[in-house]
Design a protein around this ligand. Structure first.
Ligand code: NG6
Ligand code: CA
Length: 513
């Protein structure tokens, strides 16, 4: 089936490129595409988004050669649902089992679903995912044999090459998985993973705080100990395959560069998903201790370094001009997310959300409004900024449009083609964007308003109560303006706006757009 698409797609793109060439011999087509997706990087965390305590020269240069968006959204305020939506063009709340995944979760995207990687692959691109996956592996939760090839992995979802962390750095297994097999596998130390039972004889963080010598937990993260850091879940074995947190950025960056070099003569797509700036934050020693904000600031600097390495490689290979980079984050920022890295204490006046209310997990803007920069020097008229409403849900159909690809019926059901907005040719963007908080509360953002639907969840996020969840039993409506964001609930004064917003959600839930 996929082969048919391959032929049809290649033929169409040949037609499309011939057409482009006929219209304008210099017009670029089929750019390489790299999505750089940081983890928990906030709207205010980059210098080009007005961060003061941190220099991010590499990201700045992406912005200087592209469009910087000020109203762009992740689909959800946590990783798994956000990434699910980015890669499938379907709202995660439509599908069960898309909440924050354990490290032994089975594969969440069905191999029968058409993904963003399929769009590229069927247009003849070499495709890869490198870094954080967090969308499950194998066919049965908790039943993976980590000592053998995994029967289901990104290779079944359109990615030709994968070098990934199964979930997050704070969850076992703490090994990289390359094309469905543990990288650097150590037969002397077979791997066992459980999220229910400890392994006899394996020391746990809760009993041995002295073994967590690199970082101490503030909550949870006190089970398996790997590299002097406590984790979620139990694990045994791994030996030389175990990662060292301080080398994760180096390792994924080196693999990303390797992929670019290998495919420099053909169009490629890479989803580069960094571990930075998720917890545990333990960057390489060349970054540690350098930033006034402590480890969280050091991790942002390390993220910028990774971006810089990719840019340097593209420049060297003369690929930068015809490479379209989308630089973004999976959800809003958080300070204390389970380790005592003093992220909150050392902010020194910095606001990770750029002054927005709420944080990662929240229904408030801080949960889902994220940095979003699009840069394609050869394919954009001019650099600049855009206030258009943008959602990551639209990447799939927008990239499809870019490639002249045909998507199968029923695929990417919630995605819209917004290519002209992403390329800065259209300033309008979406009429509304829908966002999901940690407890599936949905919000609607329009140009002027933000509506949060009523629900009976607690006012603070249960495991980090100091974070405002955005939950309220009353409907909330806020006027969005630059100086005051989500401070005054005006739902009672504007019932007609509340009704319009509820109508958006009602129609969406029925399956419409
Ligand atoms: C939370 C974890 C947090 C982090 C998050 C996932 C607790 C106490 N905290 O459940 O540490 O791992 O899940 O983050 O459970 S995400 O960015 O991958 O969604
Ligand atoms: Ca995240």
């Amino acid at each position: 089936m996929k082969e048919k698409f391959l032929y049809a797609g290649s033929f169409l793109s040949l037609l499309a490129s011939t057409h482009l060439l006929a219209a304008d011999a210099n017009k670029p087509s089929r750019p390489n595409v790299i999505i750089i997706c940081a983890d928990d990087l906030g709207y205010g965390d980059l210098e080009c988004y007005h961060a003061k305590n941190i220099h991010t020269p590499a990201v700045n240069s992406v912005a200087q050669n592209g469009i910087l968006f000020s109203n762009a959204y992740a689909v959800a305020s946590t990783s798994t649902p956000s990434r699910y939506s980015l890669l499938t063009g379907e709202y995660a709340w439509r599908k069960k089992g898309t909440d924050v995944a354990a490290g032994d979760a089975s594969m969440i995207i069905d191999p029968g679903q058409y993904t963003l990687a399929d769009v590229f692959k069927n247009e003849g691109y070499a495709t890869s995912v490198i870094g954080k996956w967090h969308l499950g592996l194998g066919h049965e939760t908790g039943k993976q044999d980590w000592n053998a090839p995994l029967p289901m992995h990104p290779g079944d979802l359109g990615f030709d090459y994968s070098y990934i962390m199964a979930a997050t750095a704070d969850r076992v297994p703490c090994v990289f998985i390359e094309n469905g097999k543990v990288a650097n596998y150590d037969p002397a130390h077979p791997i066992e993973v459980s999220y229910t039972k400890p392994f006899p004889g394996e020391p746990l963080g809760v009993d041995h705080p002295e073994l967590m010598y690199n970082l101490q937990p503030t909550h949870e993260h006190n089970k398996a100990i790997v590299n002097g850091i406590g984790r979620f879940g139990y694990m045994k074995g791994g030996g030389k395959a175990l990662w060292k947190d301080e080398n994760i950025a180096d390792s994924i960056t080196a693999h990303a560069i390797g992929f670019i070099r290998q495919h420099s003569k053909e169009p490629f797509f890479m989803y580069f998903a960094t571990n930075d700036v998720h917890v545990p934050r333990f960057p390489h020693e060349r970054f540690r201790g350098k930033n006034v904000m402590g480890l969280r600031g050091d991790a942002i600097a390390q993220f910028d370094w990774s971006v810089g390495q990719l840019l340097a490689c593209l420049e060297e290979l003369k690929l930068r001009d015809n490479t379209l980079i989308i630089l973004t984050s999976d959800n809003g920022p958080v300070c204390d997310d389970g380790y005592d890295d003093k992220a909150a204490e050392l902010l020194n006046g910095h606001s990770p959300t750029g002054g927005l209310r709420g944080n990662k997990y929240s229904a408030f803007e801080g949960g889902t409004r994220i940095p979003f920069i699009v840069s394609w020097p050869a394919g954009m008229q001019k650099a600049g900024t855009s206030a258009a409403l943008v959602s990551q849900i639209d990447l799939m159909r927008s990239m499809g449009e870019l490639l002249g690809a045909i998507l199968p019926k029923g695929s990417a059901p919630d995605s819209e083609n917004q290519l002209n907005v992403l390329l800065g040719k259209d300033a309008d963007g979406r009429e509304w964007v829908v966002e999901q908080s940690y407890n599936h509360t949905l919000s609607v953002r329009t140009k002027d308003w933000k509506y949060i639907e009523p629900n009976d969840g607690p006012a603070g996020v249960p495991w980090v109560p100091e974070i405002e969840s955005g939950n309220s039993i009353s409907p909330q409506l806020y006027k969005i303006s630059d100086d005051s964001c989500e401070q005054q609930n005006v739902a009672i004064e504007h019932p007609e706006v509340v009704f319009q917003m509820q109508d958006v959600l009602r129609k969406l839930r029925k399956g419409g757009r």
